[in-house]
Design a protein around this ligand. Structure first.
Ligand code: SF4
Length: 63
C-alpha cells in the first residue's frame, strides 16, 4: 500500500467516525495539553462544563 493510499484510508476512516458521531449526536471530548488553548473549554464536558445543545444536522456532504 502506497503512502497516498494509506493517507486516503486514514482520511476515509476519520470521515466515517465523524458521520457516525453526527448521526448519534455523540461528541466525546478528549482532554489533552491543547485544552489550555481551546476556546471551547468553558463549554467542554471533559472539564465539568455544560455544552450548548447541538443543532440538528440535516445534511452531511459526501454521504
Ligand atoms: S477543552 Fe474540550 S473541546 Fe477543547 S480541546 Fe479540550 S477536550 Fe477538546
Amino acid at each position: 500500500m502506497s503512502d497516498i493510499e494509506r493517507t486516503e484510508f486514514e482520511i476515509e476512516s476519520i470521515w466515517k467516525d465523524i458521520i457516525a458521531s453526527a448521526e448519534a449526536d455523540r461528541w466525546r471530548p478528549k482532554k489533552s495539553p491543547l485544552c489550555n488553548w481551546c476556546t471551547f473549554k468553558p463549554l467542554c464536558p471533559a472539564w465539568g462544563n455544560t455544552p450548548p445543545p447541538t443543532p440538528e444536522i440535516t445534511r452531511i456532504v459526501g454521504t
